[in-house]
Design a protein around this ligand. Structure first.
Ligand code: ASP
Ligand code: MG
Length: 420
């Protein structure tokens, strides 16, 4: 197999024409490498398509004007990038035709299925546009359809990868095509029946890791609008520090607790094949950024992860039984059924609490199904703060003036639920 580098560019790094020109200049720094470039939808396109989907369900009159707006946005980028954008505009036009066809059929009442069918267009549009532009701008590339590479089951909006088929499909395509640069979509996959699926919001990192795994890539680089992996979100904590080298296990913990820089599923496949993950700034591509790899964590500094808009759900068995294995297994079955993501949990003899960022609709269904056997209380819009490698100084700073409603401590990690 060839030695391949996998690159991933997220929405922010392809949000407009200057960003895409910047992507071009980054690729030019690697003239001799075989590359697979995984790209997200441009800017806020995924959010916008979610709006289109809502309109499709609830306000069909609004669909066409939204689609027209999205089309104009994409066309303007193509026009800004190329003096003669005709061929790309034709391809975009065709995709928008397909999108309109999808929206012309009655919705299926399976929201998640319709979501993947519609929202996946974001990545189809961005990669079609960028691939076409790069071909004209001197970086010849082969566009690949990720729906034929990444095979998933039909868990819409969170497709589970069929690794055997996926690995084979990716290897077959890359081994049998001499192209130096391949370009494909993040976030999307396809079922055995050729239906489109997605891997969950922000899933493009995961797509890139799947590709890297299948090709036993030399490395994966995620190009971002930050200098690397930081110990806190710089928008909230301006004095955030860059972490230069992070062991896989530590990065898994950080992303598990919600450090939004890397999609949590991304790291395991990479670790399994010992593929280093670089997180680099697309503004300063020559800087080293951060690397997640096999290394030791000496003198760790505290890392802070804040998740807001959380709901703290507390249940009390109505029959005065204690919280024990029986009702825990029942509770978890209900959480799994409604896909309630548990970000923190705690129990006492008579109550069980979870902190979750589940969608209101799913949460409501979950509460309804629990209410027979349990008294259910919940606090909405609370904040979950996690500190890895905490020290007293960090805790004092974070908690000062705040009301803590739940606290949990282990050797390396402390978590608080705070009223906002
Ligand atoms: N475009 C998708 C999203 O915004 C996937 C990604 O960007 O990673 O969630
Ligand atoms: Mg994104």
């Amino acid at each position: 197999m060839r030695t391949i580098k996998v690159f991933k560019f997220g929405g922010a790094s392809v949000k407009d024409a200057p960003a895409i020109e910047n992507l071009h200049s980054i690729l030019r720094l690697y003239p001799d490498d075989s590359l697979v470039v995984v790209i997200s939808a441009m800017g806020k396109t995924t959010n916008f398509l979610e709006k289109v989907l809502k309109a499709y369900y609830h306000e069909p009159d609004k669909v066409e004007s939204l689609v027209t707006e999205l089309q104009r946005q994409h066309e303007q980028v193509a026009i800004a990038l190329l003096p003669d954008p005709g061929a790309i505009l034709d391809r975009l036009h065709k995709l928008f035709g397909q999108l309109r066809e999808e929206l012309a059929v009655e919705h299926s009442n399976n929201y998640d299925y319709d979501y993947d069918r519609i929202v996946s267009f974001g990545e189809m549009l961005s990669t079609t546009l960028i691939s076409g532009y790069l071909n004209v701008a001197g970086i010849e590339n082969t566009w690949l359809d990720a729906r034929r590479l990444i095979r998933t089951d039909d868990t819409y909006r969170e497709g589970h990868v069929d690794w055997d088929v996926t690995i084979k499909q990716i290897q077959d395509v890359v081994d049998n095509n001499p192209a130096r640069v391949f370009l494909t979509q993040g976030f999307i996959g396809g079922t055995a029946e050729n239906l489109t699926t997605t891997l969950g919001r922000e899933g493009s990192d995961y797509s890139a890791a799947i590709v890297a795994y299948a090709l036993e890539a030399e490395s994966l680089t995620i190009w971002k609008d930050v200098p690397g992996l930081l110990n806190a979100d710089p928008k909230r904590f301006p004095d955030a520090i860059k972490l230069d080298e992070i062991p896989y296990e530590e990065a898994v913990e950080l992303s598990y607790y919600g450090a939004s820089i890397i999609h949590p599923k991304t790291l395991k496949p990479l670790q399994n094949k010992q593929i280093p993950l670089f997180v680099k700034s697309f503004f300063q591509p020559e800087e080293p950024g951060s690397v997640i790899t096999t290394c030791s964590l000496d003198n760790p500094i505290p890392s802070i992860i804040v998740k807001d808009h959380q709901t703290l759900l507390t249940v009390f068995p109505r029959d005065f039984s204690f919280i024990a294995v029986d009702n825990l297994s029942e509770l978890f079955a209900v959480f799994a059924k409604y896909r309630i993501r548990v970000n923190m949990m705690q129990n006492s003899a008579l109550s069980f609490s979870v902190c979750t960022d589940a969608e209101p609709a799913r949460l409501k269904q979950c509460v309804e199904s629990l209410q027979g056997k349990y008294k259910v209380k919940y606090n909405e819009d609370v904040e979950l703060v996690t500190v890895r490698h905490y020290n007293q100084e960090t805790i004092d700073k974070l908690m000062s003036g705040r009301k803590v409603i739940l606290r949990q401590t282990s050797r390396a990690t402390i978590q608080f639920v705070l009223l906002s």
